[in-house]
Design a protein around this ligand. Structure first.
Ligand code: GLU
Length: 423
């Protein structure tokens, strides 16, 4: 239910973005949003749920559920990843699509936001089945994606190989090459240098700015990273190579800790061999729950949503929380951090490096111009640092950084809506 000057407007609650209402509801007064503006932001423009059959290796047919939500396209074509996860719900996809809208606005790239997903555990599929699921998903959504409509990318449990299947299926349907329909492609197939680690590196550029504000030195900083997928692993690796002490890492199967520091290269080799960071010889086993409250200066949640919540936030010991995952902190936990003086660098800023380099890749695919790695990194750094300053200037540590980031993004989105005549 949305309230407009004491009068209730009856819109279907199921279509509202809960994350948006939670966060913007709170910001409503500060931002001076009108009820019309809040209502416009609280609902996605297009929301698709579809069911498609896939012939499994066994010869049996299984039905899958897919979602794609194109939340807002006032600032440009919608952009957002594709997630494969067994517990994915349409509410999650809506929240994540809304975050993409904000993220693209915070870093000021000309995209709206979207998100998609399939309810599936990809670890239980063969490679062939994974390919068939991806291709069937694209056939189902073919009319609604495209370089100037909606551009998918990797997200949780999807990788560059899946992006190639997306590209190939779409190009077969269209009967022509359309490399700008998807980002996160391998470099050999019109991808871009650095996309595989750009989310992590973008986060580190922002972290370095945050540390300057708190006068923290990297030689002394102890880091714990939750999640050892593309984002968590690359963050731990780059920080380790830069001289930070990584005291704990974890993945979905468990974690490892060593207060004197873990050799991340060796942890990576161990994971390659055994499938997990747990049981690493150079550390002692810890659970994911222990990692989050471990003794460290910088905590990096790089796994799934809602990991930091009112149950554990009070016990978090870090000075900085860098959200490389999407929505890892609940609103209650965010408020607890703020009271404790913990600086939280929000997802829409901290992990935006991925979509920023996706934007570079998209423009390369449109123009056929290819940049070297040095240029990609230089431009990424400049976008991330500008975004950090834009956000920080709005709060100067007096308010929560998430609030400042939302405020900046909402202002930019509503400005575009107003110019288009929608407000
Ligand atoms: N899935 C990533 C994110 O949540 C990247 C999206 C993109 O590159 O379009 O930011």
């Amino acid at each position: 239910m949305v309230h407009r000057h004491h009068e209730r407007i009856h819109i279907d609650d199921r279509n509202l973005c809960k994350l948006c209402i939670n966060e913007l509801g709170d910001l409503y007064m500060d931002l001076g949003l009108s009820a019309d503006e809040l209502e416009l932001l609280a609902m996605p423009r297009r929301s698709f749920t579809f069911h498609f059959p896939v012939r499994m290796d066994s010869g049996k047919t299984r039905m899958f559920v897919g979602h794609r939500i194109q939340y807002n396209d006032a600032r440009g074509p919608t952009k957002g990843g594709l997630r494969f996860h067994p517990e994915l719900t349409v509410d999650d996809v809506r929240d994540l699509a809304f975050l993409m809208v904000l993220k693209c606005a915070v870093v000021n790239i000309p995209f709206g936001g979207s998100k998609g997903g399939v309810v599936v555990n990809p670890k239980e599929l063969s490679k062939n089945e994974l390919e068939q699921v991806t291709r069937a998903y694209i056939r189902a959504i073919q009319d609604y994606i495209g370089p100037f409509k909606d551009i998918p990318a990797p997200d949780v449990y999807t990788d560059e190989h899946i992006m190639v299947w997306i590209l190939d299926e779409y190009e077969r349907i269209k009967g022509q090459h359309v490399p700008a329909v998807v980002t996160g492609k391998p470099y050999e197939l019109q991808g871009i240098k650095a996309r595989t680690y750009s989310t992590s590196l973008g986060g580190i550029y922002v972290l370095e700015e945050a540390m300057k504000r708190l006068r923290m030195s990297k030689a002394r900083a102890r880091v714990s990273v939750q999640g050892f997928g593309h984002v968590g692993e690359n963050a731990a690796r780059i920080l380790f190579e830069e001289g930070f002490k990584i005291v704990a890492v974890s993945d979905s199967k468990g974690g490892t800790m060593n207060s004197r520091g873990l050799d991340i290269h060796k942890v990576m080799q161990h994971k390659e061999k055994t499938g997990s960071v747990a049981d690493f010889k150079g550390g002692r086993n810890i659970s994911n729950a222990e990692l989050l409250t471990s003794d460290c200066d910088i905590l990096i949640p790089a796994a799934l949503s809602d990991q930091l919540n009112k149950e554990n936030a009070g016990r978090v010991r870090a000075k900085i929380v860098l959200e490389l995952a999407n929505a890892p902190t609940t609103t209650e936990a965010d408020q607890i951090f703020s009271k404790k003086g913990i600086m939280l660098v929000p997802d829409v800023l901290a992990n935006a490096g991925g979509v920023v380099v996706s934007y570079f890749e998209w423009s390369q695919s449109l123009t056929n111009e290819y940049w070297d790695e040095e240029k990609v990194l230089r431009k990424l750094k400049s976008v991330m640092i500008t975004a950090f300053h834009d956000v920080f200037a709005l709060c100067e540590n007096r308010c929560r950084m998430r609030r400042a980031a939302y405020q900046l993004a909402v202002r930019r989105i509503l400005h575009a809506e107003r110019m288009r005549g929608n407000l």
